[in-house]
Design a binder for this molecule. Structure first.
Ligand SMILES: Cc1cc2nc3c(=O)[nH]c(=O)nc-3n(C[C@H](O)[C@H](O)[C@H](O)COP(=O)(O)OP(=O)(O)OC[C@H]3O[C@@H](n4cnc5c(N)ncnc54)[C@H](O)[C@@H]3O)c2cc1C
Length: 376
C-alpha cells in the first residue's frame, strides 16, 4: 500500500489545513453555541473547489482521489466537524451521480453539483427505517414521464440548504429505487431537527414529500437498484466519516498535549504525571491506527479494489477511537474540560455521532463479520 500524495495534492491538503484552522475554528464554536448552519461558509468552500472534490474535471470538479480526499476531510474536521460532514455527504452524492445517473442528465447534474447553490443531500433514513433502510416507506408512483413521491425522510444532513437530494423510494411492494430530487420542486417541505448533542453547525432536517414530481431521467441506475446504490454510497461515505473522526481525534490529542504541558498541579506540569502520559500515549497509538485503517480503505478504493469491509473497519475503529480520545481529552482538562470555554467540551459532543450515522458501530460489525463468514 502506498499512500504518498502527489505534490499538488499535498499542497492542496496543506491549503485546506491552513484555511480551516485560520477561518473555521472560531466560527465552528459560534455555530455550536447558536445552533446555526455552517452553510453560510459554502461560497468560500466553493471557491476553494471543495464542492467538486469528487466531481470529474470535465464537469468543473477537482476529481480528487480517495486518499487525498480523506486527508482533506480530516483537515476540515480538525477545525470544524460540521463543515467536514457537510462536504463529506455532498461528495458522497456526487460519487453516485457520477456512477449511476443517466447519460442524458449526468453531465449537467455534475456540473451543477460542483457549483455554489447546488449542495446535495442523501435521504435514505425515515422515522421507522434507520439501520434497516430496506424498510423505507416513501413511495414513488410511476406517472407519465416520471414519478410522484409521497412520504417523509428523517435526519437529512444538508437538508435545509441542499438542492439535490438522493432519495431512497419504494417503486413497488418489493422494489426500492434511488432518484435525484430537486428540492425546489413543489410539494417539498423541510424542517430543521433542533437540539442535537453535537455537530450543531451541520444541518439535520426532516423532509416531507407530497405529490412531488421527479422526471424519469433522474432515476439513478435502474428500478430496483435503490438499496444497492445506497450501500455503494455508504461504502465511500464511511471513509469520509472515518476521516471526520480522525480530524476530531487529532484536534483532541493536540489539545490534551498542550494543556498537559501548561497546567501545573503539585508544583509540576500535568505532563510529568505518568497517568496523564498514558492517556496521551494511548490516544496517539489509537489515532495512528485509525489513520492507517482509513488510508488503507481509501487506497483500496483508489486502486479499484473491493473496499466494503475495509471502509467499515476504518469507520468502526476511527469513530470509537475518536470517542475514547475525546473522553481522555476532557479528562486531562479536568473541570475545565467540562465547560465550553475549552474546545474539548464541544469535540467530545461532536465525536459522539460518528459511531451512529452512516451505519452504527453495530451495523459496521455486522458488515465486517458477514464478509468474513461468507469467505470461509
Ligand atoms: C446527526 C445525524 C445526521 C444524519 N444524517 C443522515 C443523512 O444525511 N441521511 C440519512 O439517510 N440518515 C442520516 N442519519 C440517520 C442515521 O444514519 C441513523 O440514525 C442510523 O443509521 C441509525 O438508525 P436509527 O437512528 O433509526 O437507529 P436504529 O436503527 O433504531 O438502532 C437503534 C440501536 O439498535 C441497534 N441495532 C439496530 N439493528 C441492529 C441489528 N441488526 N443488530 C444489532 N444492533 C442493531 C443500533 O446499532 C442502535 O444501537 C443521521 C443521523 C444523525 C443523528
Amino acid at each position: 500500500m502506498s499512500i504518498t500524495l502527489s505534490e499538488d495534492h499535498r499542497l492542496l491538503v496543506e491549503a485546506v489545513r491552513d484555511f480551516a484552522r485560520a477561518e473555521l475554528t472560531s466560527r465552528d464554536v459560534q455555530w455550536d453555541r447558536t445552533e446555526t448552519s455552517c452553510c453560510t461558509e459554502l461560497p468560500q468552500l466553493a471557491e476553494m473547489g471543495l464542492l467538486g472534490l469528487r466531481v470529474p474535471e470535465e464537469f468543473g470538479g477537482l476529481d480528487i482521489p480517495p486518499v487525498c480526499y480523506a486527508h482533506i476531510i480530516r483537515e476540515l474536521a480538525y477545525a470544524s466537524p460540521s463543515v467536514a460532514v457537510t462536504i463529506a455527504v455532498h461528495s458522497m452524492v456526487c460519487e453516485i451521480v457520477g456512477q449511476f445517473a443517466a447519460e442524458s442528465v449526468r453531465g449537467e447534474l455534475l456540473t451543477q453539483l460542483a457549483r455554489p447553490g447546488n449542495l446535495s443531500a442523501f435521504a435514505i433514513s425515515e422515522a421507522d427505517a434507520g439501520s434497516d433502510p430496506g424498510s423505507a416507506k416513501t413511495r414513488a408512483e410511476s406517472v407519465t414521464d416520471g414519478y410522484r413521491l409521497n412520504g417523509t425522510k428523517m435526519w437529512v444532513t444538508n437538508g435545509l440548504t441542499g438542492r439535490w437530494f438522493a432519495v431512497l423510494v419504494r417503486t413497488g411492494p418489493d422494489e426500492l429505487s434511488m432518484v435525484m430530487l430537486d428540492a425546489q420542486s413543489p410539494g417539498v417541505e423541510r424542517r430543521s431537527i433542533p437540539g442535537k448533542m453535537g455537530i450543531r453547525g451541520s444541518e439535520t432536517a426532516e423532509m416531507s414529500l407530497e405529490d412531488v414530481f421527479v422526471p424519469r431521467a433522474n432515476l439513478l441506475g435502474r428500478p430496483g437498484w435503490g438499496l444497492r446504490i445506497a450501500l455503494t454510497a455508504l461504502d465511500g461515505g464511511r471513509i469520509g466519516i472515518a476521516a471526520q473522526a480522525l480530524g476530531i481525534a487529532s484536534a483532541c490529542v493536540d489539545l490534551m498535549v498542550d494543556y498537559a504541558r501548561q497546567r501545573v498541579q503539585f508544583r509540576q506540569p500535568l505532563a510529568s504525571f505518568q497517568a496523564i502520559q498514558w492517556m496521551i500515549a494511548d490516544s496517539q497509538v489509537e489515532l495512528l491506527a485509525a489513520q492507517q485503517l482509513t488510508d488503507r480503505a481509501a487506497w483500496l478504493k483508489q486502486e479499484g479494489r473491493p473496499y466494503t469491509r475495509a471502509a467499515s473497519m476504518a469507520k468502526l475503529y476511527a469513530s470509537e477511537a475518536a470517542n475514547r480520545i475525546a473522553y481522555r481529552a476532557v479528562q486531562v482538562h479536568g473541570g475545565y474540560g467540562y465547560v465550553n470555554e475549552f474546545r474539548v467540551e464541544q469535540l467530545y459532543r461532536d465525536a459522539r455521532v460518528t459511531s451512529i450515522y452512516e451505519g452504527t458501530s453495530e451495523v459496521q460489525r455486522i458488515v465486517i463479520a458477514r464478509e468474513l463468514l461468507q469467505q470461509t
